[in-house]
Ligand binder design. Structure first.
Ligand code: FES
Ligand SMILES: [Fe+2]
Length: 355
């Protein structure tokens, strides 16, 4: 068991915490029911009042530290399940039942409140406790738009954020882990450009004849050229775009990773697509297909994460297709330990690999 003096993950996350993190889907937050989220080992309770506003507060009652998320919402306040202390949406304690009518005895009893915002169907919590929000949450692409459809998948993974975003960007694994489901091995050479900016890693593939999924012949019968890009945005987002022709059709996978613990991450994946007449069919078929593919990644990330915990420190041998991984690691490490790591310089490389 962790001793009380050990640091929580959030306390050793450097600048990584100064971002918005997805804590729930908007639809998860029903009026009158608190929802628990754990972000960087910090339990947070989210709840909605009768006006629809959301409060995000530390999931620890001021009194004896019971979890407020197990309590009730009454009269637009959250009531602790243990002795019934009552907190309003500002985190202020407004009633202590055992004090009877003596409300003058409670003025300074407040629980920690976190900035919270609703965007793109998600509830985001700002985790930078010493810094006020200075940016918006990551813009989930084409969340609304003519011809576009979307849905979220929420997936718990047993691995760390860095390894997960690398997996979501990784092409060579697709012909092994997703063999027959996403891409098949053809032993062809692929060229790509990999660029690191101060806060992103951008990969652009030169593979216009690529085909993805076993439904490719249906969505791209005219064999329009495919533009494939894989982008990582600090500290925890990947956006994978497959765009056909002049954006006549497109399929985009955007994943925002919420660290729960060192080797536990909750991933909110937005699947956005514009597939013309195939849209109607895709509504039924894509959620099943994408769940199948993501479950294959859940499996490989689980056994990979287990090995990482066994061996304690990574000992990676990289080839040129792994540049993107190395760049992602360099950006995240610099943000985690800003006093120890130099800021990585922008760089661009051309690579080639076989799949
Ligand atoms: S622990 Fe919450 S009221 Fe006592
Ligand atoms: Fe994968």
């Amino acid at each position: 068991m962790k001793s009380l003096s050990e640091k929580l993950m959030i306390e050793s996350s450097g600048l990584i915490k100064n971002y918005w993190y997805a804590a729930a889907r908007s639809t998860d937050l029903k009026k009158g029911k608190p929802v628990k989220a754990v972000i960087m080992e910090l339990p947070i309770v989210l709840w909605r009042n009768s006006k629809g506003d959301i409060a995000a507060m530390i999931d620890r009652c001021n009194h004896r530290n019971a979890p407020l998320s197990e309590g009730k919402i009454e009269n637009d306040c959250i009531v602790c399940p243990y002795h019934g202390w009552v907190y309003n949406e500002k985190g202020q304690c407004v009633n202590i039942p055992s004090e009877g009518p003596n409300t003058d005895r409670i003025p300074n009893k407040k629980v920690e409140l976190f900035p919270v915002i609703e965007r793109y169907g998600l509830v985001w919590v700002w985790m930078g406790r010493e810094v006020l929000p200075d940016k918006e949450p990551f813009e989930m692409p084409y969340y609304s738009g003519e011809g576009w459809k979307n849905y979220y998948m929420v997936t718990p993974f047993d691995n760390a954020v860095t390894d997960l975003v690398e997996n979501f960007m990784d092409v060579p694994h697709t012909v092994y882990v997703h063999k027959g489901w996403f891409r098949d091995k053809k032993q062809i050479c692929i060229k790509a450009e990999v660029e690191r900016t101060p806060n992103s890693v951008l990969v652009s593939y030169d593979q216009p004849n690529d085909s993805i999924g076993f439904f490719d012949w249906m969505i791209n019968p005219k064999r329009l050229p495919l533009k494939h890009t894989d982008n990582f945005y600090m500290p925890n987002v990947t956006r994978v775009d497959y765009v056909y022709g002049n954006q006549e059709k497109a399929f985009i996978i955007t994943s925002t990773c919420t660290p729960v613990k060192a080797f536990e991450t909750k991933v909110y994946t937005l699947i956005t697509y514009k597939l013309g007449w195939f849209n109607a069919l895709a509504t039924f078929f894509l959620p099943w297909y994408t769940k199948k593919v993501i479950d294959q990644d859940v499996w490989i990330m689980k056994i990979h994460g287990k090995n990482m915990q066994t061996f304690k420190t990574p000992d990676y041998k990289s080839t040129q297709v792994d540049f993107m991984h190395v760049y992602i690691e360099s950006l995240r490490r610099a943000a985690e330990t800003p006093d120890e790591q130099p800021t990585p310089q922008p760089i661009k490389k051309q690579i080639e690999f076989w799949i």
